[in-house]
Design a protein around this ligand. Structure first.
Ligand code: AMP
Ligand code: MG
Length: 404
C-alpha cells in the first residue's frame, strides 16, 4: 500500500516543516476602507506632527498665564477649523472652542466655567499655569516618528492613526488565495437529499469559515470525485491563481484515496502521516512556484484540527503576521486526559472561570467524526503521547479558540 510508505512525523516537527516552506506574500496597496485586518508591509512614519497645531481641549479663553487674576479684553474667537489670525497680547484673551487653534501669544486655556464674562471682557482666575487645557503640537506624535512598524495588524485604532496622518492608502501583505476542494464520491451538496451511503459535504463550509477567519481569500472548487484523472484536472485548473490548495478527504490508505499520489505527481510531499490524533493522514506538499498544498483528512474533526495545527499558522505567516499561533493560557484540567499510543492528542475542552482559574472540561467523546466535540469548544489541550497522560487537577497550557 502506497501511503504507508510515508514515515510518521512528530506533530511539532510537521508544523515546523510547514512553516519552513511557507512564504511571506508580497505587498499590495489598499485603501483604508479595505485595510481592516491586513498587515503592514512597510513601516508607517509620521510625515507631520499630531496634533499639527496647538489645539484647545475645552471651551473657554486662550490667555497668557502671566495675566492671571486680570480682566482681559476679548479680541476674537478661535473655533475648530476657523482659527483666529490675531495674536493674544498681554491684557487680551481669545474666546476658544474645543479643537480650536490656540492663537499665537496665548500659552494656556481657561475653562469657560472658571471665568466671569462681561460684554467684551473676561476675568480669569488668580492662579494660571501655562500649558493647561491644550494639546501641544507633536504631543501625540512627532514628525518623523515611527508610528507602526511593518508586521502591525491593522485594526480600528491603527487605521484611524493612518487617516489622522492623512495617509489614504497603505502597503500591506497580500492575503493568501486558497483553492478549497472536498473529495469523495459519497458527498452531496448541502441541501440535497443524500442517497444511500451519501452524506452532505460539510467540510467545505467548515473549512471555508476557518479559512476566512484566518484571513484567506477562498475559491471553492466543490466536490472532487474519487477518480484520479478528474481530480487532477480540477486541481491543476485551479492552481494558477492560488497560493495554496486545501483539500479534505482522500488521504488515508484506502484504494480511493487519491490525494497523496496526486500531490506527489504535482510537487514534493514533505509530510504524509503525522503522530497526531485526530489527523494522522495529514499531508503537506509544495507545488510549483512556492505554492503549498494541504491534504486534510476527511473526518470533520480531523480536518478542522489539522487546519488549526498546520494550515492556520501558515496562512498567518503568508499575510505577514508575526504571531502565528493561537494565544495560550494556563488552565486546570477537570478530567484525566490520555493520549493513545505514540500520537499527540488535541483534546477539545470547554472552559469556565472559577475564581482566578480557568477549569477545562472535556467535550466528551473525542471521535474524529464527532463535530460535537469541537462545536462550542473554547480550547485545545495538547496531550503528549505516552501512558501517563495528564492527571485531573494538573495545570496545562491550552490553545485558546474563544473565551467563555
Ligand atoms: P477519507 O479521508 O476520504 O477516507 O474520509 C473519511 C471520512 O470522512 C469519510 O468516510 C466521510 O465520512 C468523512 N468525510 C470525508 N469528506 C467529507 C466532507 N467533505 N464532509 C463531511 N464528511 C466527510
Ligand atoms: Mg474519501
Amino acid at each position: 500500500m502506497r501511503a504507508s510508505a510515508y514515515p510518521l512525523v512528530d506533530a511539532a516537527d510537521a508544523a515546523a516543516l510547514v512553516l519552513e516552506h511557507t512564504p511571506v506574500l508580497g505587498p499590495e496597496t489598499v485603501a483604508l476602507s479595505e485595510a481592516s485586518g491586513r498587515v503592514l508591509a512597510e513601516d508607517l512614519v509620521a510625515s507631520s506632527a499630531l496634533p499639527p497645531h496647538p489645539a484647545s481641549a475645552v471651551d473657554g479663553y486662550a490667555v497668557r498665564a502671566a495675566d492671571a487674576g486680570r480682566t482681559l479684553r476679548v479680541v476674537g474667537e478661535s473655533a475648530a477649523g476657523r482659527p483666529l489670525f490675531a495674536q493674544v497680547d498681554p491684557g487680551t484673551a481669545a474666546r476658544i472652542l474645543t479643537g480650536g487653534v490656540v492663537p499665537v501669544g496665548a500659552d494656556t486655556v481657561v475653562m469657560v466655567e472658571d471665568t466671569r464674562v462681561d460684554g467684551d471682557s473676561v476675568t480669569v482666575p488668580a492662579v494660571l499655569k501655562a500649558g493647561t487645557n491644550l494639546h501641544r503640537p507633536g504631543a501625540d506624535l512627532r514628525a518623523g516618528e515611527l508610528v507602526m512598524p511593518a508586521g502591525t495588524q491593522l485594526g480600528p485604532a491603527e487605521i484611524g492613526l493612518a487617516a489622522a496622518l492623512g495617509v489614504p492608502r497603505l502597503q500591506v501583505h497580500r492575503r493568501p488565495r486558497v483553492a478549497l476542494m472536498s473529495t469523495g464520491d459519497e458527498l452531496v451538496e448541502v441541501g440535497e437529499t443524500p442517497g444511500p451511503g451519501q452524506i452532505p459535504d460539510s467540510n467545505r463550509w467548515a473549512l471555508l469559515a476557518a479559512l476566512r477567519e484566518a484571513g484567506a481569500e477562498v475559491r471553492l472548487l466543490g466536490i472532487g470525485p474519487d477518480n484520479a484523472n478528474d481530480l487532477r484536472k480540477l486541481v491543476t485548473g485551479a492552481l494558477h491563481d492560488a497560493d495554496a490548495l486545501v483539500t479534505s478527504g482522500g488521504v488515508s490508505v484506502g484504494t480511493h484515496d487519491l490525494v497523496k499520489p496526486l500531490l506527489e505527481s504535482l510537487g514534493t510531499v514533505h509530510v504524509g502521516r503525522v503522530k497526531l490524533k485526530p489527523g494522522k493522514p495529514f499531508t503537506f506538499a509544495t507545488l510549483s512556484e512556492g505554492r503549498l498544498a494541504f491534504g486534510l483528512p476527511g473526518f470533520p474533526v480531523s480536518s478542522l484540527v489539522t487546519f488549526e495545527v498546520f494550515v492556520r499558522p501558515a496562512l498567518r505567516k503568508m499575510q505577514g503576521l508575526v504571531q502565528l499561533q493561537r494565544p495560550s493560557l494556563q488552565v486546570r484540567l477537570g478530567f484525566h486526559a490520555q493520549a493513545v499510543g505514540d500520537r499527540t492528542e488535541y483534546h477539545r475542552v470547554t472552559l469556565r472561570r472559577e475564581g482566578v482559574e480557568l477549569i477545562a472540561t472535556s467535550t466528551g467523546s473525542q471521535s474524529s467524526s464527532r463535530l460535537m466535540s469541537l462545536a462550542g469548544a473554547h480550547a485545545l489541550v495538547r496531550v503528549p503521547p505516552g501512558d501517563q497522560g495528564i492527571s485531573a487537577g494538573s495545570v496545562v497550557e491550552a490553545l485558546i479558540l474563544s473565551l467563555p
